[in-house]
Design a protein around this ligand. Sequence first.
Ligand code: FES
Length: 108
Amino acid sequence: MIDIRFRLPDGSERRVAVAAGTTLLDASRDASVDLEGACGGNMACATCHLHVDEGWFDKLPPPSAEEEDMLDLATDWRPTSRLGCQVKLNDGLNGITVDVPRSSLLGT
Ligand code: FES
């Protein structure tokens, strides 16, 4: 299992352990993080946008050109931004930390 820590805008944290192959979007749901993810992982909304901790960002497979195009539309973009629906977790990412931008939460 892969441990993930989500840091929320209010300073609280949620932790969850998921199987390899799970996306960060699905893991956020397991962790009861209200990440919007409006298009259900079809790379058509950017509302699953997350900021990956700098120490982990380079360990991720690079984004596709399509993901980069969609990230251009993300509110609060940072150099460590990724779409949660496009990042599949693997054993090398055990312990990864991601920050949830306020703009990606449901109801914001
Ligand atoms: Fe819509 Fe990720 S859920 S782009």
